[in-house]
Design a protein around this ligand. Sequence first.
Ligand code: KIV
Ligand code: ZN
Length: 513
Amino acid sequence: MTDKLIIFDTTLRDGEQSPGASMTREEKVRIARQLERLRVDVIEAGFAAASNGDFEAVRTIANQIKDSTVCSLARANDRDISRAAEALAGAARSRIHTFIATSPLHMEKKLRMTPEEVLEQARLSVRFARNLCADIEFSAEDGYRSEPDFLARVVEAVIAEGATTINIPDTVGYAIPELYGNFIKHLRERVPNSDKAIWSVHCHNDLGMAVANSLAGVKIGGARQVECTINGLGERAGNCSLEEVVMAVRTRRDYFGLEVGIDTTQIVPASRLVSQTTGFVVQPNKAVVGANAFAHASGIHQDGVLKARDTYEIMRAEDVGWAANKLVLGKLSGRNAFKQRLQELGVELASEADLNAAFARFKDLADRKSEIFDEDIIALVGDSSRAAEPDFYRFVSLSQHSETGERPRARVVLTMGGQETVVESEGNGPVDATLKAIESKVQSGAEMVLYSVNAITSGSTESQGEVTFRLQLGGRIVNGVGSDPDIVVASAKAYLSALSKLHAGVERVAAQG
Ligand code: KIV
Ligand code: ZN
């Protein structure tokens, strides 16, 4: 048993399964680069067999990431495993992660397979995968609700076939820390060849215990890999949150006695990037990455922290990447300063043309906003990155009129598949008029399930507004994010971005279910 805890990030796979959190290939690559800077050990880049888009995303990430192992999920069948191996072919270090459900409920109702058939399929799949890749993870889906004797037989068989990591997920977030920890411990004791593999935990947060369960799996169960996502992103109530697990193990090294290889100063930038990309806002009181996580409002606390900071602080804000908002650039900054700041932020644009487009947006923003912060730059690059994969609907310009006692009117210029068009409407407010104008032409019929507006940098009305729309149509849910100092413009951009994702309409196979 090693004293290192392996951090396996699945933001781009399990996190992305969260309704509305789907990302473009460029967005995924940008997040993968940030995960590499964070020094996660394994990046689960996607599920290559799910769709051509997922395959390309895994392939691109595998070709670009050098310091972390890149992994693809695959169901326990030869086709999925071959697709994963193909997508990972260019990786410096690769892992195939294959899974099959082992709980009585899933085997009978979902797979319609007998336990013996499941055991055989698991065994054959790992044997097949092992011929394509040296690093094989096997997951027993719904493992925590599986019958321990049967699960032990499956695990023993797949280790004998060469699985190097064994993952026991709490797929439905049903576990209780002590019970889950003991479940892993007893399973490891029961499996004769358990020492030939690293044991891993993967917990969902349906009862709000994903982090506690994962830590119990480590402390009581002896697991040495935790599967987690940035901001706890994931289906339903989400996955185990990376930042919480990492900071718990680091802050309480006295208790866990484990090392993590994470560069914790990259945690807050990673959290912001994932939040800005998906539009999933981080709650202010979220541990480690919430805006209030290090804010001391009460006089007694402030007084204590000023006298000795450890009176009320168990972690240092700067250790997880919180820095006072830095004024980075202004309207006199040149292209080189902009390029250098992008490099410092770890943003690599695909081409000189993309850089020029981003710089033009920066100049435009700097004309309207005197101080430009890192968050503004990340949002702005998020916009310009779409140039490589142009949205079907794009914002051009907007004018709107609102006056007390009058119904607001909006006039929007947009492009549809490259063709410019002008639309107009009135509405209950300026945002409503803008959306009605767009809908008068697009007629998407989509249902709006979320509209949220946030200030990108807090503390000033000069901040850019960041708007998220979540739209639902025919069982698909997409998010669109847009930013601008004018929240009506930000709303139009976000709405058009969501409509473009609906228009792209990529079909994919679900990993579970
Ligand atoms: O929750 C789960 O069981 C999973 C597996 C596919 C690993 O995400
Ligand atoms: Zn999962």
